[in-house]
Design a protein around this ligand. Structure first.
Ligand code: ZN
Length: 450
């Protein structure tokens, strides 16, 4: 699903983003706010071509004026020592060109050992970047990112599994470029967004079998068994797990010893903040098992990021002490021209928010709040399907420049004659990645039986 919120656009502003396919579907849905004349006016303006030079000029100007400042902090307490995190700021997509810089904040919560978490931390970013076409501009890079994240996650999983180790890891991987935040996640580490006005929303989906019906159905359909642990005496205990393996998560990187229907295909959500900015809180389940998204956000409002991260961890430990690895990253995306203003919502806005949203803002694993309804965030992209063909889509470049076929996952080039594996879909997968695709869809057993 891909849609763009237009309610924030001022009349006359032409959106140069190629993401816009059906721009007025949403605008019309909000006809209570806009008169028919205004909508018609917007349509007419949309249809008038804008010279490329004007668009480029606008983009350059707005980038210069608009680029926010990032302030961040982290706090962690180890129980098992299986949480890892990654912070990379001002990473240049095109080396030597500061205008291509972006930042990455990620958490890797390992299980059954630490090797998958470490491997993902060391390789995932490069694998994502290798799936980005070369020589593209900023808008195209942001559009290519959701697909590249899928390819990068799957490639990292394949490479790790080839090492024959059995550990696994959750990944919550956040890319910040200007005001655009792209979050890819597998497992149950979360990223929440707190925007001005005190609106808290979830940018990830919890891939837990206990809480995610869709994922339970997918795993079962692919040949896995979902059940609780059966202890001596026949009574069932603990959360729902997938068998063989006994994992509570439905998606992860690694986990070679668990069925391959535990897939590394991430849920991806991309949003653009208003120039009021916002705060991201990224944390492992050591936090979220004990603190709701709302409480985590509220507990640290008004504090700078480094203190905020410590306070969220403290809040989580308050009730039961340290039971699990607990890692928290706080990232403030702040307008550059202003002094650093930690988010302190006005009381009036808080009241208004609670009046409008009432109980909807309580936590729910499978629901994200409709950010666009409050007019502060544009939702650019969201897709969570576990089917690879639905994630790579039509636009994936089938051929590299040399006329060779390029695998959409591992980016290896092969001559068409060696094209061992051309799918029904419009993208190419090498034999190895095709095997992975089949295995993730539960087709491996059939192949094995042949
Ligand atoms: Zn491949």
């Amino acid at each position: 699903m891909r849609f763009v919120e237009f309610a924030n656009l001022e009349p006359g502003l032409v959106k140069s983003s190629g993401l816009v396919n059906e721009p007025f579907r949403d605008a019309e849905a909000k006809s209570s706010k806009m008169s028919q004349a205004e909508i018609t006016n917007m349509k007419q303006q949309k249809q008038q071509p804008v010279p490329l030079g004007t668009l480029i000029g606008r983009e350059l100007r707005s980038e210069k004026l608009d680029k926010p400042t990032l302030k961040y902090g982290q706090a962690a307490l180890a129980k098992k020592g299986e949480d890892y995190f990654l912070i990379k700021t001002d990473y240049q997509r095109v080396l030597g060109n500061p205008s291509t810089s972006f930042s990455v904040f990620a958490i890797f919560d390992g299980h059954n050992g630490i090797s998958a978490a470490i491997f993902a931390k060391e390789n995932l970013l490069n694998n994502v970047l290798s799936a980005i076409p070369e020589g593209i501009g900023r808008e195209e890079w942001l559009q290519a990112l959701p697909r590249a994240l899928v390819a990068g996650f799957v490639k990292t999983d394949i490479e790790f599994q080839q090492r024959g180790e059995t550990s696994g890891t959750t990944v919550t991987f956040v890319v910040i470029d200007g005001w655009t935040v792209t979050v890819a996640s597998v497992g149950d580490s979360r990223c929440i967004l707190d925007t001005q006005g005190g609106v808290v929303s979830l940018l990830t989906v919890d891939h837990r079998l206990e809480e995610n019906v869709e994922e339970r159905e997918r795993v079962t359909a692919s040949g896995g068994e979902v059940a609780r642990l059966n202890v001596f005496g026949g009574s069932e205990v603990g959360p729902l797990r997938c068998w063989p393996g006994g994992l509570c998560l439905s998606r992860s990187i690694g986990d070679t010893d668990v069925g391959e229907f535990i897939v590394p295909i991430p849920h991806v959500k991309q949003v653009k903040l208003s120039n009021a900015g916002g705060r991201l809180i990224i944390a492992s389940d050591g936090i979220w098992d004990l603190v709701s998204s709302d409480n985590a956000a509220q507990s640290c409002r008004g504090l700078p990021a480094d203190l905020a991260a410590k306070l969220v961890v403290k809040e989580a430990l308050r009730s039961r002490g340290l039971k699990d690895d607990t890692t928290c990253l706080v990232v403030d995306i702040i307008p550059s021209e202003r002094p650093i203003l930690p988010l302190t919502p006005k009381k009036k806005q808080n009241l208004l928010t609670s009046l409008i949203f009432g109980k909807r803002y309580q936590d729910s694993a499978n629901r994200t709040n409709k950010l666009s309804t409050v007019g502060v965030v544009e939702e650019l992209f969201e897709e969570g399907s576990a089917v690879l063909a639905e994630r790579l889509g039509k636009e994936f470049p089938l051929e590299s420049n040399s006329g060779l076929l390029r695998c959409a996952i591992c980016q290896v080039d092969q001559p068409p004659s060696e094209g061992l594996s051309i799918n029904a879909g419009p993208f190419f997968l090498c034999a190895n990645c095709h095997r992975k695709k089949d295995a993730m869809e539960g087709k491996k057993r059939q192949v094995d039986q042949l």
